[in-house]
Design a binder for this molecule. Sequence first.
Ligand code: XMP
Length: 512
Amino acid sequence: MHELVIVLDYGSQYAQLIARRVRECRVYCEILPHDISCEDLASRNPKAIILSGGPASVLRKGHPQIDPGILSMGIPVFGICYGMQLISKVLGGSLEKGRSGEYGPATIDIDIDGSLFSGLGSTIDVWMSHGDQVTTVPEGFSVIARTRVCPIAAMGDPEKNIFGVQFHPEVVHTPLGKEIIKNYLFKIGLCSGDWNMAGFIEESIRAIKQRVGSSRVICGLSGGVDSAVAAALINTAIGDQMTAIFVDNGLLRAGEVKEIRDIFMKQYPLNLDIVDARQAFFNNLRGITDPEEKRKRIGNTFIDVFHSEADRIGGAEFLAQGTLYPDIIESRSAKGGPSATIKSHHNVGGLPDDMRFELVEPLKELFKDEVRLLGRELGLPDVLINRQPFPGPGLGVRILGEVNEHNVAILQEADLRVQEEIRNFSGYDDIWQSFAVLLPVKSVGVMGDERTYANVVAIRAVSSLDGMTADWVKIPYDVLARISSRIINEVAGVNRVVYDISSKPPSTIEWE
Ligand code: XMP
């Protein structure tokens, strides 16, 4: 077994980022709820523990706690922001509500160049985001860094190996943050960095075989990277015991069915079943405009299709999906942690309760970049690995208002033009997703001498590391101009194109 570092989640969306940073250091890391007991935690034998930040205040009643035993187990603990404040409170330090809080960039002066800041110089640029702050450190602790506004920006007790920082080392706005996390893992936690993809594959194969025994598994292929990698991994583990099912739900991009057939029948052959279920999806979506209802109906229809395929194949008890860590956290919030549900991602939150499959989700602890790495290691072709993410509910969440064959056909044509033109943009490789959205509004235009009254298409292009946050991409005007002109001239039924300039948060990437 490999080394384990545990992040206790205090409700920060950054908890995932912390876990990513740790794994980037080749140390396996999991996020667990903050109310785990000391005994439960000890039974997992972690090398080190990290307490995440969070929106609560330790100065308010009912704030999220920690089992105090965790701080005396002899296992190193590193508290970030709220995590540091909690350590201070539990161990007898004092805190106050900062006068104005501290949000944004700051420079810390390092008082003691101990193991946490080892080799990083005497000042470091960091990212602060806190209201409360520690005013007296607990007994045995020293102040190890300060800013003008925050006299205790970091504290530590090197004997107990408990440290805390008020700033956020996990965000890119703390440029040396990863080095601080590395120091914690390797100098304080004495990790060796024994986690890698080859090891992950071996462990997963063992776990999949053990879980499914001699049963059959059906694996929903969505056309995206995640489900393809899940299928490849399960195929490596159990071969023909798995049937990959690609459902043509009528909500796919232009040319997608052919592309998937070429890849999984020729380039990376596996047991593939392509099911034409377009009519069932369109029937179930007729007249539905509410985004959550659409997602639920699409999820249910997928399951209906999987059930009937399972009956046809016989003996399939398991349904495999390419669910990732961020999907689970956004849909359900971190393993019961306190963050809010944003959307029911269909491969997690949108599944019906009466589904008769057990789920196999071999990627559910991985982040997107790790999934791409895994796909490469498994030998999947680059065209597939480098594909932009595509949501399970497909174009269904990119057509606002009713989803029907007519609207899908318009959107497919518009989307095709976006894809063709945006590839010519030199920054294409940095784009996380780029696509067209069909809006439920019509506007007036003039073509030739004729008045038109037709649909509006929005173009969306975002950059992102993991889909959790995203920025809109500054696509050059000439590329936008070509996209717009081609869509308006070549796609019947569209007379206006707009560009979406919203970031996530507060918007989301998909429009529904
Ligand atoms: P949002 O719209 O929530 O999307 O900002 C974040 C990322 O998740 C993708 N997405 C989904 N993926 N099933 C999926 O497999 C879904 O139901 C789903 N909804 C959104 C979205 O494309 C983006 O990459």
